[in-house]
Write a protein that binds this ligand. Structure first.
Ligand SMILES: [Zn+2]
Length: 327
């Protein structure tokens, strides 16, 4: 069935239709409370509600309409806090279920000990009924009526030989198939094509529902970018503002190359920030950097207004749609 024009999105404040999505950054970190990583690392202490509101207000003032908060269940995600931030700022926020990289979990965490089927049910329930509170240390008990709108999954440098990787990826993939939600996958430049083949070929996830994260952070070999994009997945260039890894010039070079090779409609851009890259937390850059600084540079490099609209509005609208959503 052709759903074009009828796509819906599941935000922390309810369902949203396509016209209201606007400029969207599909991988941000807006508010994170109570995760084990915060005990040893300041970089994930994005835990001051007033500062997070300030950050998203600046994004709104710059023209931002929608953003994804990419911390999933049991890694400090707070559905109630996200809903408050969205209500106060007027920015649509999409929260995610699923799971994250190992540094967010204490050793022996339930995400690794629960069977695949139970994780799948949990992810489906968060998408269809509501997200749970807590879970960072103990199996979550309290379910809100605020629904997730996307699934996060991970393939680390352990690759597809790792049994935990396959278990969690299977649970996330099956939840995507059952709910119509898309799946964003953290990658570390290992087995990315195998992961896509597994999700699409074995589990049955449509490649246009798969978002491959961190493609710019991992590798600048453009032939690999082309190979991954040829599968039909969304390519997420989400390292913008992480200037120690690569500067704007190299980011723009990658984007120009992918546009020239015909992959314009698969490009997503975002900043995937840590605490030190949020203005409101004292950083020199912020979530509004793309709108204020990066897009003007992209224009100077020859990317047209229309192409920028495709990357920042149309592509997220296709990548984040959740057609299985009930109104
Ligand atoms: Zn992230």
């Amino acid at each position: 069935m052709d759903h074009s024009g009828l796509h819906q999105y599941q935000t922390v404040c309810g369902t949203l239709c396509r016209e209201n999505l606007g400029h969207c950054q599909p991988h941000e970190h807006i508010y994170i409370t109570s995760t084990v990583d915060q005990l040893t690392c300041e970089l994930t202490c994005i835990n001051n509600l007033a500062k997070s509101i300030e950050e998203i207000r600046s994004y709104r003032r710059a023209g931002g309409m929608t953003a994804v908060d990419a911390n999933p269940l049991a890694t400090g995600r707070d559905p109630l806090g996200l809903k408050d931030i969205s209500r106060i700022t007027g920015v649509n926020l999409i929260a995610v279920t699923g799971y994250h990289i190992p540094k967010f979990y204490p050793r022996g965490h339930w995400i690794y000990t629960e069977p695949e089927e139970r994780l799948e049910e949990l992810f489906v329930s968060e998408l269809q009924k509501g997200m749970y509170l807590g879970g960072s240390y103990f199996y979550p008990e309290y379910q809100t009526d605020i629904r997730a709108g996307l699934i996060k999954a991970v393939i680390t440098s352990a690759g597809m030989e790792d049994a935990q990787t396959v278990k969690c990826l299977t649970a996330a993939g099956k939840a995507a198939v059952r709910t119509g939600a898309s799946i964003m996958v953290h990658t570390e430049n290992r087995d990315v094509l195998r992961m896509i083949d597994f999700l699409a070929g074995r589990i049955g996830v449509a490649t246009e529902s798969i978002i491959v994260c961190h493609v710019d952070r991992q590798v600048e070999d453009l032939s690999i970018h082309e190979q991954v994009a040829s599968t039909g997945v969304f390519m997420e260039y989400d390292t913008i503002t992480l200037l120690k890894v690569h500067n704007n010039a190299s980011e723009i070079r990658m984007l120009l190359h992918m546009i020239e090779k015909g992959f314009l409609d698969q490009i997503l851009i975002s900043t995937d920030p840590e605490t030190n890259r949020l203005n409101a937390y004292g950083g020199l850059v912020g979530i509004d950097y793309i709108l204020k600084h990066f897009l003007p540079l992209l224009k100077l490099a020859g990317v047209s207004e229309e192409e920028i609209r495709r990357i920042t509005v149309e592509n997220p609208a296709r990548a984040l749609k959740m057609d299985g959503v009930s109104a």
